[in-house]
Design a protein around this ligand. Structure first.
Ligand code: FMN
Length: 414
């Protein structure tokens, strides 16, 4: 019987344990989690979502305070179109986050940054360009493009000196999205170094509609693997979404994928950025506590715990401080929904907005508990303590359980 450790992910001459811990913004996949993954011989991710805020917390900078002060006069204005990101600040925050992480890496494993296209930041092209270029400047091993088709993203960094040496990959949820990406980038003569196929059971935003349950990761992976063969493309395919045990991973590796990307199991790791009490909510969740809804202003469905305080919270949009989801014209679906509720309830002190959420604020404050489909199985991966709480796990324990377990077993912590 095979285990994950019988396989290796190969990039050129280098070999890695074929376990990638996926990016989880905002700073849920911390530098500590990524560093541990790399130390164990796999690939870890940090995220560049809301990176000025991450920098403030990690390095005591004051980027968010400064931006809020700069746009203070606009706070009561429902029109947020004047709010722009200072590209110099964005570059510096990215550089700090990435450089500190890479300097701490003393291992052969790799650290990538997860870069979501849907963070349009009221200037989609220029902000994305700065985010990617600054991460490359700061020595990141690779960039995983996510939450979007990224048809122009390679083009934005084609002139960067590291464009051909850094590892660049993309997350897709269909063979069609991959074909489109390859076609649009053909002129650059630079293929992605890896393709992550993310199925409908993943955490975070889903690359499917609300009919997500009709799709199945194994089928999409088989289509992508076949496409690579037909096109004579030698690009590692990585499967993600709902891979909960080492045995689940082995079944994908035997199907021809080069590695798996996992995340949910690591949400309850000591190194994960979620607050301790929120980790307990993840442990306690039952299947009925998990929902896929459309409250994210990005337009993508998102999976989360039903108890997330973000659901229904009618807070004032906080774009002066954040504004990561403002499209190129200063709009965000939450602002529209909020303004509608305010107009409907002019005399109310507090309002509730059910159809959309202020994603920036709630993700930043760990009030939107996004999670994978199998979150309800987390309680089976640990022990219950005398006070009724669940014991959090080390990332090393979870990583090694994926690496060495067989027979659908999950090793409990000692
Ligand atoms: C808490 C959480 C946050 C996530 N945030 C992001 C993100 O910011 N960007 C992204 O591309 N994927 C995100 N994901 C998806 C993961 O990177 C990963 O591909 C997926 O969840 C793997 O499936 P699994 O969680 O069932 O193991 C997130 C997943 C979780 C559980």
């Amino acid at each position: 019987m095979k285990r994950v450790d019988d396989f290796r992910l190969k990039f050129g001459k280098k070999e890695f344990v074929p376990i990638i811990v996926g990016g989880m913004g905002v700073d849920i996949s911390t530098a500590e989690l990524a560093l541990e993954t790399a130390r164990l011989g796999g690939i870890g991710h940090i995220s560049d979502a809301m990176v000025p805020d991450v920098s403030d917390r990690r390095f005591d900078t004051s980027f968010v305070k400064d931006k809020t002060r700069f746009y203070k006069a606009n706070i009561d204005n429902s029109d947020k179109s004047i709010i722009k990101f200072d590209l110099g600040v964005l570059a510096e925050a990215t550089r700090r986050h990435v450089e500190a992480t890479m300097q701490a890496k003393g291992s052969e494993g790799l650290i990538f940054v997860n870069c979501m296209e849907k963070l349009t930041m009221n200037g989609p092209r220029e902000t994305l360009q700065v985010r990617m270029a600054s991460a490359l400047d700061a020595g990141i091993d690779g960039i995983t493009l996510s939450a979007g088709l990224h048809l122009g993203s390679f083009g934005l960094i084609a002139d960067h000196p590291r464009f051909r040496d850094a590892k660049l990959g993309i997350i897709v949820s269909s063979v069609r999205a991959l074909q489109l990406f390859l076609r649009k980038n053909a002129r650059l003569e630079r293929k992605p170094d890896y393709v992550i196929v993310e199925g409908p059971l993943a955490g975070g935003h889903l690359g499917f509609g609300m009919d997500w349950a009709q799709y199945d990761l194994a089928t999409i992976v088989a289509e992508v693997v076949q496409f690579m063969k037909t096109e004579h493309l030698d690009i590692p395919v990585i499967a993600a979404g709902g891979i909960f045990t080492g045995s689940d991973a082995v079944s994908f590796l035997e199907q021809g994928v080069a590695a798996v990307q996992v995340a949910t199991r690591f949400t309850v790791a000591n190194e994960c950025g979620l607050p301790a009490e929120v980790k307990q909510d993840y442990f306690r969740a039952s299947e009925a506590d998990i929902v896929v809804n459309t409250i994210s202003p990005t337009g993508y469905p998102m999976r989360m715990l039903k108890g997330s305080p973000a659901i229904g919270a009618g807070i004032r949009p906080n774009c002066e401080a954040y504004g990561y989801l403002l499209d190129g014209n200063g709009n965000c679906a939450y602002i529209t929904a909020y303004n509608r509720e305010v107009a409907l309830h002019p005399d109310s002190k507090t309002i509730s907005v059910m159809d959309k959420t202020c994603l920036c604020t709630h993700m930043r404050n760990f009030k939107l508990w996004t999670c994978g489909h199998y979150t309800y199985r987390l309680k089976d991966t640990t022990r219950r303590l005398a006070d009724g709480s669940y014991q959090t796990l080390s990332a090393e324990h979870i990583f090694k359980d994926y690496q060495f377990s067989v027979d659908q077993k999950v090793a409990l912590p000692v």
